[in-house]
Design a protein around this ligand. Sequence first.
Ligand SMILES: NC(=O)c1ccc[n+]([C@@H]2O[C@H](COP(=O)([O-])OP(=O)(O)OC[C@H]3O[C@@H](n4cnc5c(N)ncnc54)[C@H](O)[C@@H]3O)[C@@H](O)[C@H]2O)c1
Length: 335
Amino acid sequence: MKIYKKQKMLITGGNGYIGSCLAKIASNKYDVFIIDKKERNIFLKQKKISFFRENLNNLSKIKKIFFKIKPNIVVHLAGQSTIDFINKKKKSYLNNNINVTQNIIKLCKIYKIQKLIFSSTASVYKEGKKPFKENSKLKPNNLYGKTKLKNEEDIQKSLKKAYTKYCILRFFNVCSSLVKEKIGEFHSPETHLIPKVVNHLFMKKKIFIYGNDYNTRDSTAIRDFIHIRDILNGILRAINFLDKNKSEIFNLGSASKISVMEIINKSSQLLEVKPLIKIKKRRIGDLPILTCNIQKSKKKLKWYPKNSTLKKIIIDEIKWQKYLRQKKYKRTFYN
Ligand SMILES: NC(=O)c1ccc[n+]([C@@H]2O[C@H](COP(=O)([O-])OP(=O)(O)OC[C@H]3O[C@@H](n4cnc5c(N)ncnc54)[C@H](O)[C@@H]3O)[C@@H](O)[C@H]2O)c1
């Protein structure tokens, strides 16, 4: 009988939202290792997942970890995205997001890593009303998008002739939870829209809408929300895709166009709570519409975001927040 050895998957930023969910799902198929500067995610109790607490800025330290693990696949999710934080600590933000990715690229080359998956973002595209295709114009209008675009360029340039193949995945608005696996988004403070709306309805707190003067169907901003389970399926498909194909860039979104107001209305309807709404000024850097075209991902990755209906996204977030309440897990919310 042939004994197949499991492939080793290293997840950077594996204690964050997407990384912890990926670690939980992927540990059934891969030997999973995490490098993160934060302590172990409290919802990630599987002993078979190995955890290294380290700052990825420290090349000599992570070089030792790479040497020890010798991963086949690196899923690079470590990054700082909170836009409010960026404006306060610009230099440390740039160091974090640019140096870290350059370190990962160096190590992919040194240790001949087979596959690299990089988490990019919708924010790299130039403002426009049409759903973005992978070859749409790129022109980020905030520092977060600019650093991600620099990361993309560094990867493409440095790994062009390297052994490592890569997929750059442009995530849109990732949200909701893995109900069965009991894991989901748990930032403190939480800045993302859907967890805030659901929490504030539960708590009968005011919900802030930033801008109701956009040129959209209900005057609030429109986004492309994608269920975490679909993002994870997309990452796993991208890993398999690289077995037989060249490096590529893919959008991972749901191709839906959902407004902020529709999120509030659907959550309010499902929770049977009337929302208390306060309108605030638009935030700098917020675009009216940010949605994507996913034809390329559907065709080449043979992937479809089947969990990303608005109803399922909200129901799974409600179930997750009920679980957190029942277990008395606490966090703060940013506005
Ligand atoms: N969540 C989304 O909607 C979304 C959308 C587009 C892109 N992305 C990107 O996907 C990635 C994962 O997103 P997330 O929502 O899980 O973010 P997250 O903030 O929940 O997790 C990021 C993790 O990276 C770790 N990290 C950051 N800098 C590090 C460093 N220097 N050394 C070690 N660890 C470090 C953090 O400690 C954290 O645990 C990020 O790069 C993000 O920019 C996320």
